[in-house]
Each structure stands twice: as structure tokens, then as C-alpha cells.
Ligand binder design. Structure first.
Ligand SMILES: Nc1ncnc2c1ncn2[C@@H]1O[C@H](COP(=O)(O)OS(=O)(=O)O)[C@@H](OP(=O)(O)O)[C@H]1O
Ligand SMILES: Nc1ncnc2c1ncn2[C@@H]1O[C@H](COP(=O)(O)OP(=O)(O)O)[C@@H](O)[C@H]1O
Length: 300
């Protein structure tokens, strides 16, 4: 086995102190000459972009068949060329995930913290879960409006809406619901990484699927909000007439009727009815926004 320690990349892009250097491949490609390795204000995470590239004989990349977390490959790939490192690709990290072979993670010096600083907020996911008719979509809109009014950038991922596009191929069978939630979890993760306060509003009836989404995000960035409204209340509301159809057997596998809803064992916020009265939307909105405020999400 040969191990080659590559030199630091001769140039790099991003927030680097500019130092004179000779003409490089990057210049020829039309990039500004940003040389010298003195990084200004780079976090530890971002300094890792400057790490030397390790190259080993290729003894096979690991294949990740299952699981949500990307694991390190067993074998590193042959010596990376410098230009790959310059543009954020670390060829030492080549791996195979699911059915994708030989894929590389591409880093950019502008990261989540920079975007959060720009937006003066912290990217996170507010995950609203509950029965159909519990008030998820309504609360999502209230939250979005209230946060918008104080200058915070949000985006709603509504189960119903996403089934009109990205997830139009999915049904309400258990496997399809899981896939629906997995995809929305991945999109939510990207939006949170973009610095947004992402509000995901979907029944997400199975605990393991919600937990898997939580596991995608950094600790504390997944705020699970259970809208705990009893089935009888949701059924009485029945704004789309779906419970009626489900009771008549015209819709099979309807959540709460003939398909299960698993409430969270523990979650960040439970919005419960007080006696027979529903908590008002403005109270629910206040509870969630005060949670965000207390936990530092409304500042960078
Ligand atoms: N079988 C069945 N069970 C539950 N819900 C059903 C079903 N068929 C259609 N609908 C309508 O689809 C909306 C739920 O979509 P979601 O993507 O949130 O569901 S899930 O998270 O994948 O379980 C849900 O919207 P909401 O009422 O806003 O929750 C329903 O209007
Ligand atoms: N806190 C609340 N109190 C009373 N009615 C509500 C409340 N939240 C929502 N509703 C009403 O309940 C119905 C279902 O709300 P919706 O947001 O569509 O639920 P979901 O998205 O969970 O299916 C709507 O008619 C809405 O106006």
C-alpha cells in the first residue's frame, strides 16, 4: 500500500488573504489569484477545507445499503489533483451511498454560519405532526406570517402540497408514507442548512420516520411539535370531507381510522387542547415563537 501526503493546495478560493503567486491552473480558468494559506476568520470546520489530501491505493469504497448517515469509506482513492481540492472536492472522501457509486462531497467556504449571520437567525426545522384536521397547515401559515413580520425567513413544506409535485409518485401505504417523510426530511435539512426556519407540516404518523428525520439534523435543530388534537375533534372539523369518506370505507388506510398515528414519546413542544376548548392559533404561535426565541433561533 502506498500512502502519499499531498502538499497544501497552492491556491484556494474563499476568504483567504491574497498573496502573490505564479500563474496557476485556476487563473487560466478565469479565477482570481487567491493564494497564500493564511485564512482569515475561518472556523475550525472551514479550516478543514485546507487539510492536505491523503491518497492511498484504492482498496474499494464502502457501499452504504441502508441507514441515513453517510459513513466514511473504507478505502481512500488515488491521489487527488489539486484543482479538485481547490474547488472543494476532497477526493480522499470518495464513497458510495445507496445506488450512487464513486460520489464526492463538495465543500464550499461559505457555510451555514455565514448564511445565518446574513439572515440574523439560526437555520432549523419546526416539524408539525398530528392527525389530519389537527391544524398543522393553519399553524404553519400563522407561524410563517408572524416570523415574517419580525424579519425572519421561513419556508413551509406542507405534506399535501409536496404530494402535488416532488412526492406525486407516492401513495398512503406505509412504505410510501415513510418515503414521503424521508424526502421531506432531506429537503428540510437543506433548507435549515440554507439558514431558513423550515416549517414542515405533515401527518408523519410513524415515530421511526420522524426520528429518522431528527437524526439527519444537527442536535437541537429539529423541533418536533405535536399538535395533540383528539380524533373526535379532527373528525368533527373534517374540512375536506375525508373522514366521512374514510368512515364510509371509500378511503382505505386513513390515519386515525384504519391506519395508525403514533404520538411522540417525547418532543420539544406539545400543543394540547385545554379541556374541550382548542388552544387559539395565536397562543400556539406564541408558544412556538417563544421556544425559538429562548433557544436562540431568532438571532445569529
Ligand atoms: N389515507 C390518508 N391518510 C391520511 N391523509 C390522507 C389520506 N389520503 C389523503 N390524505 C390527505 O393527505 C394529507 C396528508 O398527507 P401527508 O403527506 O401529510 O401524510 S403522511 O405524512 O405521508 O402520512 C392529509 O392532509 P392534512 O389534512 O392536511 O393532514 C389529507 O388531506
Ligand atoms: N386552533 C384551532 N382551533 C380551531 N380550529 C382550528 C384550529 N386550527 C385549525 N383549525 C381548523 O381546523 C381545520 C383543519 O385545519 P388544517 O390546518 O387544515 O389541519 P391539517 O393541516 O392538520 O389537516 C381548518 O378548518 C381550520 O380552520
Amino acid at each position: 500500500m502506498s500512502v502519499v501526503q499531498a502538499l497544501y493546495p497552492p491556491c484556494s478560493c474563499g476568504m483567504m488573504q491574497i498573496a502573490k503567486c505564479g500563474h496557476s491552473a485556476t487563473e487560466k480558468l478565469g479565477f482570481t489569484r487567491l493564494c497564500g494559506i493564511e485564512a482569515i476568520g475561518l472556523s475550525r470546520n472551514r479550516k478543514s477545507l485546507l487539510k492536505p489530501i491523503l491518497a492511498k491505493e484504492d482498496n474499494g469504497a464502502s457501499r452504504i445499503e441502508d441507514g441515513h448517515q453517510a459513513k466514511k469509506p473504507n478505502g481512500l482513492t488515488p491521489l487527488a489533483n489539486h484543482s479538485a481540492a481547490l474547488f472543494g472536492k476532497n477526493l480522499g472522501e470518495k464513497s458510495s451511498i445507496g445506488n450512487s457509486m464513486n460520489i464526492l462531497w463538495h465543500e464550499c467556504p461559505i457555510q451555514k454560519l455565514d448564511r445565518e449571520h446574513l439572515l440574523q437567525q439560526k437555520g432549523c426545522v419546526i416539524w408539525l405532526t398530528g392527525l389530519s384536521g389537527s391544524g398543522k397547515s393553519t399553524l404553519a401559515c400563522f407561524l410563517s406570517r408572524s416570523l415574517h413580520s419580525i424579519g425572519k425567513l421561513t419556508y413551509i413544506l406542507d405534506g399535501d402540497n409536496i404530494r402535488h409535485g416532488l412526492n406525486r409518485d407516492l401513495s398512503f401505504r406505509a412504505e410510501d408514507r415513510s418515503e414521503n417523510i424521508r424526502r421531506i426530511g432531506e429537503v428540510a435539512k437543506l433548507l435549515a442548512d440554507a439558514g431558513l426556519i423550515c416549517i414542515a407540516s405533515l401527518i408523519s404518523p410513524y415515530r421511526k420516520d420522524r426520528d429518522a428525520c431528527r437524526a439527519l439534523l444537527p442536535e437541537g435543530n429539529f423541533i418536533e411539535v405535536f399538535i395533540d388534537v383528539p380524533l373526535e375533534v379532527c373528525e368533527a372539523r373534517d374540512p375536506k370531507g375525508l373522514y366521512k369518506l374514510a368512515r364510509a370505507g371509500k378511503i382505505k388506510g386513513f390515519t386515525g381510522i384504519d391506519d395508525p398515528y403514533e404520538p411522540p414519546y417525547s418532543c420539544e413542544i406539545v400543543l394540547q387542547q385545554k379541556g374541550s376548548e382548542c388552544t387559539s392559533l395565536s397562543d400556539m404561535t406564541k408558544i412556538v415563537i417563544s421556544y425559538l426565541d429562548k433557544n436562540g433561533y431568532l438571532r445569529a
